[in-house]
Design a protein around this ligand. Sequence first.
Ligand code: ADP
Ligand code: F6P
Length: 458
Amino acid sequence: MGTRGRLVVVANRLPVHRSGGSDRWEISPGGLVTALEPVLRARGGAWVGWSGTPGRAPRPFVLDGIDIRPVSMSDNELKLTYHGMSNATLWPLYHDAIRTPEFSGAWWSEYVRVNQRFAEKAAACAKPGDLVWIHDFHLQLVPAMLRALRPELRIGFFLHIPFPPEELFAWLPWRREILEGMLGADVVGFQTRSDARKFATAARRFAGTRSSGSTLRHGARCIIADAFPISIDFKAFDALGRDPIVRQRATLIRERLDPARKIILCVDRLDYTKGIDHRLRVYERMLRGGAVSADDSVLVQVAVPTRDKVAEYATQRATVEGLVGAINGEFTRLARVPVHYFSRSLRHRELAAYYLAADAMLVTPLRDGMNLVAKEFVATRSDLGGVLVLSEFAGASQELRGAIMVNPRDEDRTVEAVVGAIRMTDAERRRRMSRMRSAVRRHDVFNWSDTFLGALAP
Ligand code: ADP
Ligand code: F6P
């Protein structure tokens, strides 16, 4: 990676939060921050983003050597851009239109205005020679807007979610504008090769771009559009899995749930893309068909509520909670509840203890850009225990070949896959886990950021 210039990150959210209601800021734990913090420290840099609270932005400040540049967002702007254009138009459209996207001219106009604000903030803080790395679907117009303000900068853009197939992208009334926005970058990164190919196809059809492999020609400029699959801090999760206190906690979890029961674990944001309802129906079928009972199995679903102001999320929560209630109502035996449902976020160490305690981990989204939970589970299991059942519609399926792959809409075969997972022989389980661990170890989050920045650096 080139060492000249700093790194300026532009993302919807800042990597900081106020600690325990006080005025003190703390770095928030999370994949992107973990990946970029060492780079930001080594070469210096800034992070432009929203603080997470509506209203006037806090003043810029420096935290752990990172220049924090908050962008303001009023209640109304949040409603129109974050809840509206980002989470009720782009999110469902880019996830195979699992829910019908809504199209609103008012949301779009506000999205343009807010993207312009982010671009201006980035332009004001980037110094000559800096690399600017813009993230995700909330900010797809920022690359071209920033280029118009600062044509000399090297600009990268990474889309964390899938890019849709041409037929779906075509629905978007502002498809050309979105493409022109992303094509303002020098490097446009995607989670998978298939996403990068879909982008090139859309750019050819709707923006008159020419392409050859991963190189696109747009007007006089050349752009790289390629796959840069995101990952996790393998060493950190591996260490958690070996930590005696975390292991003790995992043993306690198994004892509390009853060591005679197979633990089937699921960890997600409560998003309709994650297939939580399909997977609950799979478990219900297993119970009804007698493949398992509440005496010999338990499904633990940890689901963090998310984006609750968007109507589809409230509906999904009601569906999931209705299913949990119905399954438990029908199949509970004395002191044996089949579905343990946590509607909250767990701290890292606690999450790792659940990963360690699990016999099978179900990661079965209907569509997912990558899915880091799957990689975290694998990295934690240095004991080579646990089987991963993984949706072929998660980006992670391209790398985690040792998983049992499923089509989550095919509930019959998913039943077979889960039963196969909890009955798998030791030897096969170890072989599969070992293969997946090598893949995540080789390709961790530091490798991800190095590769992207290597492609971006002049
Ligand atoms: P997404 O980006 O769609 O939320 P990912 O699986 O890629 O999905 O990333 C989710 C991140 O959030 C992971 O780092 C995971 O550990 C964390 N996470 C998800 N659910 C929970 C939970 N219930 N408690 C704590 N962390 C969670
Ligand atoms: O995966 C896309 C993503 O926007 C992540 O970047 C983010 O961590 C996650 O979804 C949660 O989204 P939100 O910021 O809307 O809570």
